[in-house]
Design a protein around this ligand. Sequence first.
Ligand code: HEM
Length: 399
Amino acid sequence: MTDVTNAAPYWDPYNAEQRETPYDAWRRLRDEAPVYYNERFGFWALSRFSDVLAASLDTETFSSARGITLDSIGDPIPFPIMIMMDPPLHDSFRKVVSRAYTPRRIAALEDRIRELCAEYLDPFVGEGGFDFVRDFGMRLPVMVISTLLGFPEEDHDQLREWSDVSLHREEGKEGATPEAQAAMNLTITYYMSQIEQRRRQPRDDMISALTEADLVTPTGEVRKLDDLEVMGMLALISNAGNETVARMLGWAALVLDEYPDARREMAEDPSLISAGVEELLRYEAPSPIQGRYVTRDIELHGTVLPEGAKLALLTGSAGRDERKYPNPDTYDIHRSIDRHVTFGYGAHFCLGAALARMEGNVALAEVLRRFPTWEVDRSAVTYVATNTVRGPSSAPVSL
Ligand code: HEM
C-alpha cells in the first residue's frame, strides 16, 4: 500500500501489506493524525511515544477490562485473565503471580535455555541452512515456559505440538481453524489436570505456588485462586510468553542480516548482545498493538476521544517515534535507550520482560557463537497473520 498520496493517513491492522511494513503509515499517523480514527473498522489509535506512555499509565480512562485485542474489545471474556482487568482487581492478581514468579525461578531457567539452544542449533552446524523461526525461534519459548510453570518434561514436546497447531492461522481467514481450536481445547484440559494434580500433591513449581497463594481482593477478603483463575494465569503466561519471544527471535534473523556490521560486532564482542536485544525490541516490537476501552470523553491534540471508543495503543509506532529516538528507522546497537514501551508500561508492564530479555540474550549468543553470519532468503519469509503479534512465521536462512 503506497503512502505518497494527498489522501488522509490510513492504517489497517488487518491488511497483510501494512502489517509487514507499517512504518510509513505509522509515521503519517504520528505526524498528521496523532489521534487517529479508522472509520472502516471503528477504532481509534494513539501512535506517539508520549501519548502511548501516558495512556498506559492512566488505567481509569484507558481500560483493559473489556479486552485488549482490537477485534475482541467488548466480547465476553471466557475466564478471569489478569491482563484484562483494571486496578485494583488487577493488582490483587498481579501480587499473587509476582509471588509465584520469583527471580530464583527465572534465573534457574538460564541453563535450560542454553541447553535447548544447543539441542536445536547443533544439528545445523556444518549444514547449508535452516529456518530460523520454525526450527529455532518458535521451538524455544514454549519449552522454556513449560519448564517455568512446572509441566513435567515428558509432556513438553506434546505441549509444543499443541502450541504450534493452535497458533496456526490460515492466511486471509479470521479466527482459529478447527484443528487449532481442538489443540487449544486439549491444552486447556491438560492445564486443568495439572492443577487438579497439584492440589492433591503440591511440588516446588509455579503451578503449585499459584494454587497455594492467597489472593487479597480489593475488599480485603483473603482466599485461594479457584481452578479457572489458576487456568487463566497459566494460559496468560503461556500465550504471552510464547508467540512474542518467537517473533522477537524471528526479527533477530531478519534485522541482523540487514545490519551485518552490528551482527559482526556482537559476534566478536558478546557483551554488546544485551544492547542489541534492547534495540531490537525498540526497532521491531513483537507485540505492537495494545487494545483499550475508553471510559470517558478525553481531549488529546484537539480531538475528543469519545467514551466507549475502542483504542489501539501503538507501542510499535512509539518505538519509531522521531520525537523520542533520533534516526528511529536505523537499528543502532550503540544507541542509548532510557526506556521504550515494547513491554507496555505501568500496571500491565510485561511480567515476563526479564525472562524475554534472558531468552533473547542467550539465544543470540548461542546463535552467533555457531553462526556468525547468515543470509535470509527474503523471498521465502512469511509473517504471522494476527492483529496482536507481528513478525516472521518463517525465515529460511543459508549459512
Ligand atoms: C519479547 C517478548 C515479549 C514482549 C514483546 C511482551 C510484550 C508485552 C506487552 C506489550 C504487555 C502489556 C500488554 C498491555 O498493556 O495490555 C505484556 C504483558 C504481559 N506479559 Fe509480556 N511480552 C513478552 C514476553 C513475555 C514472557 C516471556 C512472558 C511470560 C513469562 C510474558 C508474560 C506477560 C504477562 C503475564 C503480561 C500481563 C501483565 C499484566 O497484565 O499485569 N511476556 N507483555
